[in-house]
Design a protein around this ligand. Structure first.
Ligand code: SAH
Length: 404
């Protein structure tokens, strides 16, 4: 397959400083620029970086060299040597697919097949929506390997078309071998908006223009959970985006669902997605800033049997962590005031910089501070198509609280 012209790569011999070497021995996939002690020749994007033990001349790991990132080497193979070739990629993709099999035995045809580092393909995301495969790249390291990798993905998923999405930094780098964000690199895409199912509920995503690859697959298990206990209930879905939680609640026979988001466009998608499924409950959209909207509903003395709050990542940078924690605290406090007696508050976070224990602690302290007591129903983490293989890979956590 000729997606990009042939790009020759070279092999680099690398030795690391002790702290960096220790991380690699633990199986961590990142080698930072300042951990490199020795490098035999100057590297280009995608060169194979062979990391040797600094004392014994044995191979510790193999990675791909990234001159454009402070994470200078992204490791793909640990402990033993291997030929990084067509067969190697085929095996990796097969392994990734096998992990997702239990999910594909449910009524679900949308899943993440490759989750970057966590599937030993750093910066490489592959999401499937029915017969459309969306590849999103976050690093230059993958261009030399695309001609090998994409055919395996097509074979494994039996997809009819492949869409290429590029991270913002790749798009602005000007070094993308004429690939552009949203281009169809295989097959024909009948429509930008693709309809797919998750646990029997129908959704749609714009795979060309939508956020990330078009949709947030990661909360699937939590959305199903909310749908399962929504029968006859009133539900408030805050930061609803395309209505993930709202639509599951409606499909699960909720009596009334309110979707709140700052984006009118996202709420229009939520409406559209709700209409794809039979439901008898009412669906209202509320275009508002979440903090203001929640306060407004409190002032109106509104109550809901289920309140779901799933904000965007508040801590994209290290210096935003405290602000993120304050926002989680405010949301828990506001949300708790809107839940009926014996109702359920669902609080989620997707900031990897705020770890799960901390997030749950903040949530619980602030529910209490709002004057409510609670029982923890459950705490959930990643669904099986988002496996986690290193600490920074873990970002999603979700607490279910029954309030009295
Ligand atoms: N819960 C969704 C995903 C949420 S994504 C799902 O299950 O698919 C985050 C959403 O938060 C986006 O739709 C974005 O428009 C919205 N958002 C960001 N800042 C906001 C704010 N201050 N108030 C309300 N919505 C906001």
């Amino acid at each position: 397959m000729n997606i990009v012209p042939d790009i020759t790569t070279q092999r680099l011999a690398i030795k690391l400083r002790p702290a960096g070497e220790k991380m690699v021995k633990k199986g961590h996939p990142w080698v930072f620029e300042n951990s490199i002690a020795k490098q035999n020749v100057k590297g280009n994007a995608g060169d194979l970086a062979i990391v040797y033990d600094h004392k014994k001349n044995i191979i510790l790991a193999i990675g791909l060299f990234d001159p454009y990132s402070p994470i200078r080497i992204k490791l793909i193979q640990f402990k033993k040597a291997a030929q990084i070739n067509d067969e190697w990629f085929g095996n990796r993709i097969q392994q990734a697919y096998d992990k997702r099999k239990p999910l594909l035995e449910t009524d679900t045809n949308s899943y993440r097949l490759l989750f970057g580092e966590n599937d030993h393909m750093p910066g490489f995301i592959a999401d499937v929506y029915d017969t459309v495969l969306v590849v999103k790249l976050y690093s230059h390291i993958w261009f030399p390997y695309l001609n090998d990798v994409i055919p395996h993905l097509i074979k494994q998923t039996a997809c009819k078309s492949v869409i290429m999405r590029l991270s913002r930094s790749l798009q602005s780098s000007g070094k993308t071998y004429n690939l552009t964000d949203g281009s169809v690199i295989y097959g024909k895409l009948e429509q930008e908006v693709v309809v797919f199912r998750e646990h029997g509920v129908r959704f749609s995503a714009n795979v060309i223009k939508g956020h990330k690859t078009g949709y947030f697959l990661d909360h699937r298990h939590n959305r199903k959970r909310v749908g399962d206990f929504a029968k006859g209930k009133t539900v408030l879905d805050v930061f609803s985006y395309a209505g993930g939680f709202s639509v599951h609640a409606l499909a699960g026979d909720a009596r009334e669902v309110v979707s709140l988001d700052i984006s009118k466009h996202a709420l229009e998608m939520a409406k559209h997605n709700a209409a794809l499924n039979e439901h008898s409950g009412t669906h209202t959209i509320m275009v508002a800033d979440a903090f203001e909207g929640l306060q407004h509903l409190i002032n109106q003395r509104k109550k809901f049997d289920i309140v779901v709050i799933d904000p965007p990542s508040f801590a994209k940078r290290e210096n935003e962590i405290q602000k993120a924690k304050n926002s989680y605290a405010r949301l828990a406090k506001l949300g708790a005031q809107l839940v009926t007696r014996k109702g359920v508050l669902v609080l989620a976070s997707c900031s990897s910089r705020v770890i799960a224990e901390e997030f749950f602690k903040i949530s619980e302290e602030n529910i209490t501070m709002s004057g409510r007591s609670f029982n923890v129903i459950d705490k959930t983490y990643h669904d099986i198509d988002h496996p986690i293989s290193f600490p920074e890979g873990a970002y999603l956590k979700c607490g279910y609280y029954e309030l009295s």
